[in-house]
Design a protein around this ligand. Structure first.
Ligand SMILES: Cc1cc2nc3c(=O)[nH]c(=O)nc-3n(C[C@H](O)[C@H](O)[C@H](O)COP(=O)(O)OP(=O)(O)OC[C@H]3O[C@@H](n4cnc5c(N)ncnc54)[C@H](O)[C@@H]3O)c2cc1C
Length: 521
């Protein structure tokens, strides 16, 4: 039998046009210029200074470290250039009930014993009247509570190795950093406002974008990173948008930076208000703040007043209103256009997932990179995967609203009582029975995240998993006490985040006085 040969084609994509130079555009340009620029292929980024970027998007999740690693970005340099800080999790204030406070930390809770998930052992201990707070068993939470940071060392036996972290950074500086990187790698930037999109009369594929003044930028594959508007994916291709605002009714945000009053905390804070919530993202040189709210329950001026009344430092710019509709594009990839970033959809930034969705889209496109005659099978596979991750994120965000006991405003009563997607209802029911969480496919949020939010918002299972009874209660209690003490003592020995950044040469304003020596809290 003669072996079949893999066919060599001359059908390769040579011109990738990235439409938009926000975070999504420059992330894509940096990644594609690094891995797909074989000398013949060209990566062109078209952006318009006159239009500008959305300019928010400053908190991330730990997976961003693998994006940076893929681009060989040195972490300390990256932090210095973007005025970045470490993020060990998100502190939620007033979510379950007014006055409640919990942290959703990155990384695991405790250590599983004999294959039994730690949280089940903790639930049993709690039922016996012990256990304390589950967040006492998270290294990231213990460090965050003291404002401290330590970088986990691979293979180290110290609890510090259990720290998991992401970053906060200045969105504009991040895009600028990636732009420098992409241009060094050969990406070409084309300034100009796109006024027209040209399509092939037969296939309907996009052939070029036309700039003001008539210049055409032609391409084989177009990455639509044009922001909420979706210049190619929606304006030109009319792909359609799936609106999820019946589950996530937030539709506005007012953003405003303030001066730092103290050394930056290594966590994001999300404080619930009467019809929404407020983010606080501490950077090296300022704090990013914003009030995300639902216009059906709150006027813009009231939302602005709440924001201004509650921020901590001096205002550094006027408040800026941003409108959005939660949902996703019906197809992230249509014809020869792949949408990335806000053009592909948006879910409110409660768990800082949008930049990750860009990263995920890029990685997915790497895995399914097409020829010029795009296979519908591969395109469908891309769209299926994107839908899956969007729906995962959607469900996890809805959980924060559904799992509230607040009834002090009409808004909270309405989200508490709303119908939820069947996929989330099933998860909540499984939790309610025996505190079990099942991760489906490559779901983004894993067991510790569900445990943190469920328990943080007072959603208790009726029983713990009976498997926990196979271990001796007293020995488990002893092991847990050792874990708790280990995390606490380790956290106390870590430097403050500012001290850490300074000593790692990751602090941009090295000549300035420390914001505070900030070690002790
Ligand atoms: C309120 C809010 C808070 C957020 N917080 C977070 C967060 O904490 N964490 C997180 O991960 N994400 C967050 N996000 C999402 C994050 O900001 C975006 O995912 C990210 O910035 C990517 O945006 P983008 O590049 O898709 O769009 P944009 O930043 O809007 O960029 C669009 C680009 O397209 C260009 N463009 C548009 N039209 C044209 C035209 N006609 N001609 C030429 N160029 C054009 C623009 O000039 C610009 O360069 C937040 C979003 C919002 C709205």
């Amino acid at each position: 039998m003669s072996a079949r040969k893999v066919i060599v084609t001359n059908n390769r994509i040579d011109r990738i046009v990235v439409v938009g130079g926000g975070t999504a555009g420059w992330m894509a340009a940096a990644a594609f210029s690094r891995y797909f620029d074989n000398g013949r292929r060209r990566i062109i980024v078209v952006e318009s200074d006159a239009i500008g970027t959305v300019g928010v998007g400053e908190a991330t999740i730990p997976a961003i470290k693998s994006f940076n690693a893929m681009l060989d970005i040195p972490e300390n340099e990256f932090l210095r250039e973007t005025r970045g800080t470490f993020k060990l999790g998100i502190e939620f204030v007033n979510w379950g009930r007014q006055g409640d406070r919990y942290i959703h930390p990155f990384g695991a809770f405790g250590t599983d014993l004999h294959g039994i998930p730690f949280h089940q052992l903790w639930l049993r201990e709690h039922a016996r009247g012990g256990g304390g707070n589950i967040t006492d068993f998270s290294m990231s939470a213990a460090a965050a509570a003291l404002g401290r940071f330590g970088r986990p060392a691979a293979g180290a036996r110290s609890p510090v190795s259990e720290i998991n972290y992401a970053f906060h950074f200045d969105a504009t500086l991040y895009a600028a950093y990636l732009r420098r990187l992409a241009e060094r790698q050969g990406a070409i930037r084309q300034e100009g406002r796109i006024v027209k999109v040209h399509r092939d009369g037969e296939s309907g594929d996009v052939t070029s974008v036309e700039l003001e003044g008539g210049r055409l930028v032609e391409g084989d594959l177009f990455l639509d990173c044009s922001g909420f508007r979706g210049l190619l994916i929606e304006d030109a291709l009319e792909t359609g948008y799936e609106d999820w605002s019946h589950w996530l009714p937030m539709d506005r945000a007012i953003a405003m930076p303030t001066a730092n009053r103290s050394s930056p905390d290594p966590f994001t804070r999300a404080t619930a208000h009467a019809a929404g919530w407020q983010w606080r993202i501490p950077l090296q040189h300022r704090t990013g703040n914003g009030h995300v709210f639902c216009s059906a329950f709150m006027q813009d001026d009231e939302a602005e007043r709440i924001l201004r009344d509650t921020v901590e430092g001096d205002e550094l710019a006027d408040p800026r209103l941003i409108r959005f509709t939660t949902g996703m594009r019906r197809k992230a990839w249509s014809h020869n256009v792949v949408s990335l970033g806000l053009s592909s959809g948006f879910i409110e930034p409660l768990e800082s997932t949008s930049i990750h969705l860009v990263q995920n889209g890029i990685a997915r496109l790497f895995g399914l990179f097409p020829e010029k005659d795009i296979s519908p099978v591969e395109r469908d596979e891309y769209n299926r995967g994107v839908r899956e991750i969007y729906e995962d994120v959607r469900d996890f965000i809805i959980l924060h609203y559904k799992a509230t006991q607040r009834d002090d405003t009409e808004f909270w009563r309405s989200v508490r009582d709303m119908d939820i997607p069947a996929s989330l209802a099933r998860k909540m029911e499984l939790w309610r029975l025996h505190g079990r969480v099942f991760r489906e496919n490559a779901e983004l949020f894993t067991l510790p995240s569900w445990v943190a939010v469920m328990l943080g918002q007072n959603v208790w299972p009726e029983h713990y998993d009976p498997i926990a009874d196979t271990l001796d209660e007293n020995r488990v209690a002893q092991a847990m006490e050792q874990m708790r003490a280990g995390y606490r003592q380790t956290a106390q020995q870590l430097p403050s985040q500012e001290q850490f950044l300074r000593s790692a040469n990751a602090w941009a304003m090295a000549d300035e006085m420390p914001l505070s020596m900030g070690a002790a809290r």
